[in-house]
Design a protein around this ligand. Structure first.
Ligand code: ADP
Length: 408
């Protein structure tokens, strides 16, 4: 039975110019309100939804993350549209932090030392960690005395063995700069792994799972008895699968090749992170959205058909490899915007998995949108299961259990 003390937990996902939030009641894990302040610093906008009512937008004044949080708090405690009578009802805050380096293998209570370490990890995630820290500092100011917990995207993958996370490059890069595979989307992989165990009615420690998080960013993880064995993202979120705008795996020498052709490092960075993936190959003139890609493929556009084939080919390559490393899998889990909703995206992958005993059931696949469901055929040795992710709820659960178990 959840303790009353930590019933209401606020989740903060702070970006460079946005602050996303969700408020949970942990009594029954209901989401009370959610939204975001976007364009912090210029013409800020508050998007707000209470319970499951329709969302509203309004222009607000928020020059920095502290002001943005003040706007959120005002709304959460508003007499007419709020969900708490007083902000003192918020008893804990869970923060998404992108990079925890090698130091953070699980969620932690935020202290001055932890903030220093998050700052140190900024070297590995310069766009994300400083913004995450801004959100933490804003909460410390607005909610003095309320515990803050950091939940890291990289933490779940810290269980990878050394032979999976090291790169075969000179050791000095690992020793001096921490260059190695870290992996991302850990909170989502962990959430769906636990949900899959519940769905299969078996303890996670008895299962081998391949979890596919496929949104605009995408990664796959091989999870052996609850422990990550390998994952497709690396030092950064660039490698692995073909994503909305990221290239995924490429020959690393193409970077030197392009540099020698006169392209700057920043240009190549932008090209591979923001102008590649589906966006570069689907023939849709700079749109990396899977829904639009599928629509174009259905109209017979050759580039879009090829893009979906490339997407499925790359994902199947990893799933097959992970199946081998795991010594077989109890299930392949699909989640994220594409994994949960795109029948064509899933079909492109699963149609390549017959060798590992996973066959698509066309009808089940077509009927499945954003709900838990098996989409493989009855005779599949390795079932494919769709499980919607909920990273915010996972952060709330981590925050709750850390605080209750540390008896703060
Ligand atoms: P993010 O990584 O930004 O959180 P999402 O998890 O929201 O991304 O996934 C976005 C991707 O999911 C897009 O490619 C989008 O086209 C796809 N997607 C979302 N809804 C659907 C749908 N109903 N049918 C097909 N694809 C969908």
């Amino acid at each position: 039975m959840p303790q009353k003390k930590y019933d209401k937990i606020l989740i903060i996902n702070s970006g460079s110019s946005s602050l996303k939030f969700m408020l949970f009641s942990m009594r029954d894990e209901t989401m009370l309100a959610k939204g975001m302040v976007e364009r912090i610093g210029s013409k800020a906008n508050l998007v707000y939804t209470r319970n499951n009512e329709s969302k509203t937008d309004q222009l607000v004044t928020a020059e920095n993350h502290g002001k943005a949080l003040a706007v959120v708090c005002k709304m959460l405690s508003d007499k007419e549209r709020g969900v708490v009578q007083s902000l003192s009802e918020v008893q804990a805050i869970g923060h998404r932090v992108v990079h925890g380096g090698e130091e953070f293998k699980s969620s932690v209570l935020i202290t001055e030392d932890v903030k220093d370490s998050i700052k140190t990890c900024s070297d590995l995630a310069p766009l994300h960690n400083p913004a995450n820290l801004d959100g933490i500092i804003a909460c410390e100011t607005v909610f003095p005395g309320t515990p803050n917990v950091g939940v890291f995207d990289t933490a779940f993958h810290q269980s990878m063995p050394k032979h999976a996370y090291m790169y075969a490059i000179p050791m000095q890069y690992y020793e001096n700069y921490g260059v190695r595979k870290y992996g991302f989307h850990g909170t989502s992989h962990k959430f769906v792994a636990h949900a899959a165990a519940a769905y299969l009615q078996k303890p996670l420690q008895e299962l081998n799972l391949i979890t596919c998080h496929m949104g605009n960013g995408a990664s796959i993880a091989a999870i052996q008895k609850g422990v990550v064995l390998d994952t497709t993202m690396g030092l950064t979120p660039l490698p692995g699968l073909i994503m909305g705008t990221r290239c995924g795996d490429i020959d690393p020498a193409l970077i030197f090749f392009l540099a020698r052709k006169g392209h700057s490092i920043d240009e190549i960075d932008e090209a591979l992170n923001s102008q590649s993936g589906l966006k570069a190959i689907n023939g849709l003139n700079h749109n990396g959205d899977m829904r639009d890609t599928v629509h174009a493929a259905e109209q017979g556009k050759a580039a879009a058909i090829n893009a979906i084939n490339m997407f499925g080919h790359r994902a199947a390559l990893y799933i097959g490899g992970y199946y081998t490393l795991l010594g077989g899998a109890d299930a392949i889990i699909f989640t994220g915007g594409i994994g949960e909703n795109s029948a064509a995206g899933r079909q492109s992958i699963i149609s390549r998995l017959a060798a590992i005993g996973c066959n698509l059931d066309e009808q089940r696949n077509q009927a499945c949108f954003g709900v838990e469901a098996v989409i493989s055929s009855e005779d599949s040795k390795t079932p494919a299961i769709v499980i919607p992710t909920n990273e915010e709820l996972m952060i709330a659960r981590e925050t709750y259990s850390l605080l209750v178990n540390s008896a703060l």
